[in-house]
Write a protein that binds this ligand. Structure first.
Ligand code: HEM
Ligand SMILES: N[C@@H](CC(=O)c1ccccc1NC=O)C(=O)O
Length: 285
């Protein structure tokens, strides 16, 4: 056996002298990233690190989802469907990371969590600016959600801008209207800050797209990508609710809500109602 069988030698070309050069940690600003995990419990509770990192990783993925969804909305407004399809396929995979992650936090037991929960005060995921941005971008518009950002005017104003702009679904419906589908005017010209209301006249539009998918392949493909995104979002909500149920039971939330009951109500919210309704009618007379 030679020494190279048990250890990997460096190669001659490997960069060693990195003084004043761009490095891994420098490029990624790891000093900033890795200094942000600061447990508040004193002495630090072992499991608070898990709690913080789970949130940080989630917020990072949310940052990418926002970046991608903004591009997808812009693509639709310019009728760039293939680019939009590609982006939504990526969003679906990011969402998978987001909801699969609940398995890690579920290793936190109720008693471990209660040992440091008090340090959280009134802080709650309900105040996640990025989460609310994603909901607004997808079309779950609710102006009431902005009030918790009144203490932070730049964030409050940025969120209001997203509230007042067309969502992914709004832009999708406008795209369909430009391509000869009979989308009602109430969908293509409306006050974007209001919650989207299902429109029965859209059902025949989607029915045609689904029943003649060959003739409307791109639109059909987009519909299915939107369904993927909504389903993945619901899976995240569901797993959050179940994680909360097993960790704090039916206690009230630190954010002041009833807790699990409040989270359960979010499962009834739908971003793209007609895309689910159409599934009941296709193939019928
Ligand atoms: C032990 C873990 C967790 C517990 C017990 C928990 C509990 C709760 C509760 C009770 C609420 C309702 C609002 C309130 O009254 O506080 C809530 C909301 C929320 N949480 Fe968590 N959560 C946990 C982990 C997480 C994680 C890891 C994230 C990831 C970012 C997260 C994101 C959110 C968001 C975005 C909301 C608002 C949901 C909505 O408006 O429908 N939570 N959470
Ligand atoms: N709402 C949670 C606390 C919580 O989970 C939390 C606290 C501070 C920062 C983020 C949090 N995550 C999600 O709500 C609770 O009631 O225990």
């Amino acid at each position: 056996m030679t020494s190279s069988d048990i250890k990997r030698d460096l190669e001659a070309g490997i960069e060693i002298d990195l003084a004043d050069r761009l490095t891994y940690g420098g490029y990624l600003q790891l000093d900033t990233l890795l200094s942000a995990q600061q447990p508040l419990s004193n002495p630090p509770h072992h499991d608070e690190m898990l709690f913080i990192i789970q949130h940080h990783v989630s917020e990072l993925w949310m940052k990418l989802v926002i970046h991608e969804l903004r591009a997808a909305v812009a693509n639709l407004s310019r009728d760039e469907i293939d680019s939009c399809l590609k982006i939504l396929a990526r969003v679906k995979q990011i969402q998978r990371q987001l909801f699969e992650q609940w398995a890690v936090l579920e290793t936190l037991t109720p008693s471990e969590y209660l040992e440091f929960r008090d340090v959280l005060g009134p802080a709650s995921g309900f105040q996640s600016y990025q989460y609310r941005t994603i909901e607004f971008l997808l079309g779950n518009k609710n102006a009431q959600m902005i009030a918790v950002f009144d203490h932070d005017p730049p964030r409050r104003d940025a969120l209001r801008q997203v509230l007042e702009a067309p969502s992914l679904y709004d832009e999708f419906l406008r795209h369909l209207a430009r391509h000869g589908h009979e989308v009602p005017l109430a969908c293509t010209e409306r006050d974007w800050s209001q919650p989207y209301q299902r429109h029965p006249e859209l059902i025949p539009v989607f029915r045609r797209i689904y029943e003649q998918s060959d003739a409307h392949w791109r639109a059909y493909n987009l519909c299915e990508k939107l369904v993927d995104v909504e389903e993945s979002f619901q899976l995240w909500r569901f797993r959050h609710m179940k994680t909360v149920e097993r960790i704090i039971g039916f206690r009230r939330g630190t954010g002041g809500s009833s807790g699990v009951g409040f989270l359960r109500k979010a499962l009834d919210l739908t971003f793209f109602p007609e895309l689910f309704e159409v599934r009941t009618v296709i193939g019928t007379a």
